[in-house]
Design a protein around this ligand. Sequence first.
Ligand code: BJW
Length: 243
Amino acid sequence: MDVGEKLAQVFTHAKRVVVLTGAGVSAESGIPTFRGQEGLWKTYRAEELATPEAFQSNPTLVWEWYDWRRQKVHACAPNPAHFAIARMEAYYPEFHLFTQNVDGLHRRAGSQKVTELHGNIWRMRCVKEGKVVEDTRVPLEPLPPLCACGALMRPHIVWFGENLDPEDLNLAFGLARQCELFITVGTSAVVQPAASLPIMAKQSGAFTMEVNPEYTPISSYMDLTLLGKAGEILPELIKLFKV
Ligand code: BJW
């Protein structure tokens, strides 16, 4: 059986399926990815802004970046890749989507079994009380936003050096180890611990595939890398459901 036949067989017959997405899945919606030239905002790299240290030294600058991103997300809509993943949830009896994206586009496309590993851009939390609130104002004024208690609000987002929610992580590790099919879409697979999930799935016996226009550091571990755009490849893949 060649890899194409194997893909068709696993894709149509698997019951336990996990999908991991990154910024590339939203690229065709018009949301910039993090790395590479288009990941730049003004002269800053995402890695310089998405840290607790950056927020501590210049909360207004970090909030300006998030406000700019919130405006972008607000103006964008889910693309065919988001909708194809939502269709997978309806097809597979045991399905879960883990996304590193904070843009909420998967839910807007209809996904329900979704865990946002790095948080959500529409939530903020008080640095003093830890209270989390949803705030969808676009643009946000004034910057930085303050809590009713007078303390700074920060984006409810996981920055570098911060821990992911342990419950989310346990769920992700557990399902990665149990699934039969693990599909990685649109991530450079350099940020841990998310980048370990496909490897974990592979080591536990799952069929692993990734969808990305470029090879990534995990490509050599995958059973199959489909080179191309998620919004073009995933809608083609789910046509296999009809076979
Ligand atoms: C397309 C496409 C199309 C384009 N179709 N595809 C172990 C070893 C070394 C370091 C660490 C380690 N464990 C933890 C760390 C530290 C750190 C880390 O991983 N650093 C590495 C960079 C080296 N991790 C953390 O700090 C994490 N915390 C943690 O683990 O705590 C415990 C701990 C701490 C310290 C040491 C050890 C343990 C937290 C990570 C939080 C990440 N946060 C960010 C920003 C916040 C969210 C936000 O504001 O949006 O999350 S960083 C940024 O990167 C963002 C993303 O979710 C994340 C991943 O990026 P992603 O999604 O892969 O995007 P890109 O741009 O990199 O790639 C896009 C891809 O799409 C490309 O491949 C394109 O080709 C492709 N593409 N168009 C399909 N149309």
